[in-house]
Structure formats: C-alpha cells, structure tokens
Design a protein around this ligand. Sequence first.
Ligand code: ADP
Length: 470
Amino acid sequence: MKTTIIKPPAIIAEVKEKKEEKYRILVVSSGALKSSSDAKGKAPIFHTAKRFKDEAEKTGHDVYILQVESAYIEYEDGVYKIYNADDKEGFEINSTNTVAFVRGTVRLKKSWLDLLSRLEKIGVCMVNDRDTVEVSSDKYRTYLKLQDAGLTQPKTVLIPNGEKWKEAVDNLDSKFPIIMKTLEGSKGIGVLFIESERQIESLVQLLYNQNENIDLLIQEYIKTDGDIRVIVLGGTVLAAMKRSVIEGDFRSNISQGAEAKEYSLTDLEIEHSLLAAKSINGSWTAVDFIPSENPEKDPPYILEVNHSPGTTGIEKATGKNIVKTVIDYYSNPNNRYSVPSQVGYLEVVKITPFGELVAKFDTGNARYSVLHAEDIKVDGKKITFTHGDKTIKTNYVGDYISQTGGGEDERPIVELDFEFTGTKYGKIQFGLNNRDNFNTEVLLNRKIMRLMNVMVNPSRKYVVTTKFSV
Ligand code: ADP
C-alpha cells in the first residue's frame, strides 16, 4: 500500500513551551510483580516513575505515584480522588488539568487496565490511553496497525496453535534463521533466534507444553549490528539512540546488557518513526527499528512501538533531559486531550425549558448549533419564540448569517441550558431557525461536540441515549 507521507519536522532538542501551566501528574505504575521480597509491603518505585517525581517537584507540578495493584477511586462533593492503599489523603484527578503517565507493567492485568478505562471516563488526559497500551503490548496487533500505515516491517506470521507451526513457516516463506516471539514479551525476553526447522519444532512443542495458551509469532530475521530507538512526543522526535547487538546474541535490548549511543536519524527515518507512533495513536512513545542498508533512500524495518518509554538508557546516551521535556510538553493545555466517547449521529439531548430533544451531531458544522423555533419576535434586548408547546422570552444575543442552499439566512442567537447524558454544560448558544423541513429539531456544532468530548459514528444512532423517552 502506498501512503502519503507528511514532510517531517526537523528534529528538535527541546520542545518549545507555548504556555507554562501547573498541572497534576499521576504516574500509574506497578511494582508488586517485580519482587515481593524487596517490596516489603510497599512496591518499589521504578526508575522512570522516580524521575517523574523528582522533575515534577522541581517544576512545581503536583505529582502522585500510583501503585496500581491496590489503587482505588472515590467521588465526593463533585471531586474525584485516587488513593494508594496506605494513603488516607489521596490525589485529586479531573478532566481539566490531570495527566496520567501509564507505565509498562500496567498492561499485565485486566483489572489494572480497567483502572485506565475509569480514568478515561473521568476525562483524565492519558499518556497513553488503554487502546494504545493494548495494541502496543500485542506484537501482532501492532504489526497490523503499522501495516495499515504502509510501514516496512520484517515479514510476520502468527502461529495459530502447537500443531500448525509448519504451515506458519511455509507462509513466512523466509530462509532460516528466523525470529520467534511471544506476542506480549518485552525487554527482549520471549524473543528467540531459530536456526532450523528441527529447532522450531522442538521449541514450539516445549513452549506449548509449558503453556497451551501461549501466543507466538515468527518473523523474518533482519541481519543487523544493532537497532534504533526513537523517542516520539506528540508528533516530533525528541531523541534517538543506537543499541548495538550484544556480543554472542542477536538482541540489542539495554535490559539485556546492550550498549547505547546517540544516533542521527535520516529524514526518511524521522518520517517513518512519526508515522509508526501515530499508527498506534501514541502520545509519547518509543519506536524501535532496524535501519535499512541505505537509510537515506530505503525505509527502516519497524520492530515495535512502546507505549511506555524507559528513560534511563536514552537520557544516558544522549545527555538530554527527556523527562523534563515530556513534563513541559503537557503543561501546555493544547497538548492535553481526553479519550472521546463514541456517540451516534443522532442522540437525545436536554435543552431547558424544552426538555429532551433529538439532536443531529453535525461534525461539518463550524458555525452555530441550531434549535427549531417558530413565531420569533425580537424586542430590544429580549426575544420571544415558540418551540413545541412552549413559548419563552429570553435574552437576545445577536444575529448571524447562515449560508444555506437557498441563499443567505439571518438567524437570531439565544443562550439555553444544555445537558447531555447527565452532564450539564451550562448556557450554550443556539441559532434559531424553522426546521420543519428537517428531520431533527436540534443541530449541534463542532464546538459543543468538543466540549462533550465525543466521537461521532456515522453508521449508528442512539449509541449512548435512547429515543423512547422523547
Ligand atoms: P522486545 O519487546 O522484547 O524488546 P523486540 O521485538 O523489540 O522485543 O525484540 C528484541 C530485540 O531482538 C530487538 O531489539 C532486536 O535487537 C532483536 N530483534 C527483534 N526482531 C528482530 C528481527 N526480525 N530481526 C533481527 N533482530 C530482531
């Protein structure tokens, strides 16, 4: 598949700060699985989590290291708070200025991932969200996403079960040696170098014997003396390093003892790293690739996109303060967004005093939201109009011109209380117009949809509300 590739921005050392603002940092991590003996009741704080705490405190942001295995959320007096098991005070989380940095181990349990879903529902900005965490933790799902983006990868085939390995090898159609990986491995654990058909047969047997539900894939082996790790933050490259293959091994993971030094990316490598991060909807990610033989002209082989970049190796190799740059980046509110919820193109909304009405979610409408109205009369600063069986008198805000198929149409604007799925949005501006010739009495614009943080599914209606009550 041919993709259109955006022109890469130049690599930058520090992200420009547009607007400094204090915000609340929640580092979502887990430590209990590391070792119960060194945890001594309290889970150890991992290096990157600790770096976040130190840097955030230096800059004056509030920071909380959450140990996900015993965390709980409470809602009181309109405020959400999250707590570690041994903490009575907790940490306020909200949709306006809280950012959750999700660390790697959180992917290991469904209930921990469920906590991410709860944070998403509260409207916390997720770095990264549950979907990105899950795609990135599954090497084959990542493979499919990268393929959609038209990126180059080592050819990859799933092994469906313990008997079908031979078909998978035939499908891969690659000479030995090949690489075999568990779908969810990380830090180089669960990545195997396979030199012959005999070897893969016995390994698959052994692995399925140990765990009949094991997930495996095989992959073409790309000969290289090392791989490249690129740190991507919101559509720009922060830093890149080369990790040399460990002597006597084929892997280049730092956690396996590989050495790293700063690497200068070609334009093509920058483009492809940005596309890779984007293809899993990552906000702050690490892209791993094997360079091609001619990196100026031929694209790199993308190996994986990590949703929770470690910072030790890259900070040491490049001398850059990655954690500070990341923290600064999210201090700009324009760089923070919460995970939207899906709605249909029609949903029931509440507009006071008219009650529940069917609204069309018009993502093409950058002007005003519209409410059906009859007998409109403007009298100085007041306006009177009828909707259904109610006639109201309210403040007349002004007029706007709407370009319609039939020409220009001047419409008055009013402000009305608006509510959707139990959340009150206060006074929202509506243009008034006779909508007798339309199917819906309300038309919403993009501004209110942004406020509601929704994503419109054009194939469905009433995804989150029901029409019965209207
Ligand atoms: P992990 O998530 O465990 O880091 P990777 O898929 O990144 O797993 O693989 C670990 C290391 O193994 C990589 O850093 C790379 O050095 C090596 N490797 C992985 N896949 C290949 C491949 N197809 N060809 C050559 N080396 C590979």
